[in-house]
Design a binder for this molecule. Sequence first.
Ligand code: ADP
Ligand code: MG
Length: 426
Amino acid sequence: MRILVLGGGGREHAIVTSLVASEHAPEVFCSPGNGGTAALATNVSITDADPAYIAEWVEVNKIDLVVIGPEAPLVVGTADMLAFDGVPVFGPKAAGAHIEGSKAFAKDLMERHAIPTGGYRVIYSEDEAAAYLSEAGAPIVVKADGLAAGKGVTVATSTEEALNAARAALDGYFGPAGETVVIEEFLEGPECSLLAFTDGETVLPMLAAQDHKRAFDGDEGPNTGGMGVYAPVPVVDKAQMAQMVAILEKTVAALHSENIPYSGVLYGGFILTADGPKVLEYNARFGDPETQVLLPLLKTDLLDVVLATAQGRLHEIELEWREDVAVSVVLASDGYPGSYTTGKVITGIEEASKIDGVTVYHAGTQLRPDGTLVTSGGRVLNVTAIAPTFAEARERAYRAVECVSFEGMQYRTDIGLRALMAAGEG
Ligand SMILES: Nc1ncnc2c1ncn2[C@@H]1O[C@H](COP(=O)(O)OP(=O)(O)O)[C@@H](O)[C@H]1O
Ligand SMILES: [Mg+2]
């Protein structure tokens, strides 16, 4: 079987790692891939902005299955184009990916189907924003409607700050993504993600995961794409888990009832409020870095799951998980999430990978023709460790981090610390 994976981050290295470990021994291509996928798959360079070009490449290269990692190709209808050609594809069509591509669409869907989420208003002008803000007060959250690479959300502590954020978005700061703005009730409580495989009928939840969004220890500093993650999440009790699963099931049923096909991963971003879990947002694909802790804990053959999802027979699959926990630490370039320089030589990955339970996933890395591995992005590596306890997983992950070096390497030292406390290991 020949598989094409679209994307080139830590998420895709984790997906490729699990696929090549399949007992079906597939041949994997990754576009654009990175220095990590280069060792397991054939990196190719197909522009992911053009579904027609991808579909043609897939036909010429006799690809049997396409796995779409990032949101951008989903939103522009890559899955639609491939499905039209009869190619099995993992990832929703554009209509389903709209649940991530438009926060207003997602909120309206939740409202129509009584899915727990914060109160909100969709606004199109500064006047509407001002009127709603004077009624709603602060703290309050302002979100650009469309894809903004994780930069479109302002959690405002005053109505003035909120109005400024709404004005900036409406004035075109995020391009077309901000032409519509969602103003949303501020929700309080711990955050967690729950991802599920779904073929539009069956919903198979994964383990809950918790990302660390802020750049520095103690949740200080600017928001990032994610500086580390762990799974499962000890603060999530059985009742909350059941409520989140029910919400994801209800979401898939809601889409189905509106004739929107959905298959792939449905990612629910939740806040565990005093009134139960509420949805912050949906993503239409695997999370990055959540995937880098979820897939190493998955015992079931990923290729079986992905293919069953793509072919609408997910009811045949039962997910099995290891008893272990996983912690993943992101190693980032100096300056990230602001500007940073690339091309720094990376050493020590081999030594780090020798530590029991450790896998080093590449995110922003590139293998030079002379064989040198260099940095090529803000988030460079994800050092994942699995172990029976959070204390041990953290110890392994940070021991592995010590082995790795590149100029300007920065990381948080408190990834998984909260889990360790909550699990009663502290
Ligand atoms: N209603 C809300 N209440 C409190 N915090 C929120 C709310 N919505 C978003 N946030 C915070 O902002 C972050 C980003 O928002 P999210 O909706 O996930 O957008 P995106 O991931 O597309 O940037 C969340 O992870 C959360 O920390
Ligand atoms: Mg988010």
